[in-house]
Every structure is written in structure tokens, then in C-alpha cells.
Write a protein that binds this ligand. Sequence first.
Ligand code: ZN
Length: 104
Amino acid sequence: MVTGWESACEVTCVECGIVFSVPVSFVDERQKDGATFFCPNGHKLTYGETELDRLKKDNKELKGKLARYTERLAGKELSIIQLKLSLAATRAWVTRLKGKKKSE
Ligand SMILES: [Zn+2]
């Protein structure tokens, strides 16, 4: 039968070193959600990086990659436009040369 008591877990504050007990479920929840809690002396404590933090970091990295690829793609498109213009100029020059040969 559940009596309302559950296993306790000892937590040591990294700031002041005080050891205090909290329910195991409390620790599990804080490890999952990364929410801040406080030691009896009022120091802020958290357990590492949360899922949200990891997703935010991934999102930032992907946005950076996208920006770099977009920039590279824009550079390639510019090169293609320059090559097309160069080709058009060469064709026009060849056409002019052919015209000169015929008139000679
Ligand atoms: Zn503390």
C-alpha cells in the first residue's frame, strides 16, 4: 500500500556543500525538465542540459549551416550568370567575325 512516502535521494549543493534529501521522483523530474530548484541555503541548482536546450542548440547549428549553404549557392548562381554572359559575348564576337569573312 502506498503511504505517501517514497524513496528519498540525497542531493549535494555544489555551491555550499549542504546535503539534503528530496524524493527520487523530484530528482527524476528535474533531470528531465532541467528546471531550477534551490538548496536549503537558497543556491540555484539544475541538472545539466535539457532536451529543449539541446534542440535550441541543434536549431542554431542548422540555421548556421543553412545560411552558409545559401551563401555558397548564391556564389555558384553568380558564377553561372557570369559564364552565360561570357558565352553570349563570345557568340556575338564569333557572329561578327563570320559576318566580316562573308563580306570580304
Ligand atoms: Zn547551497
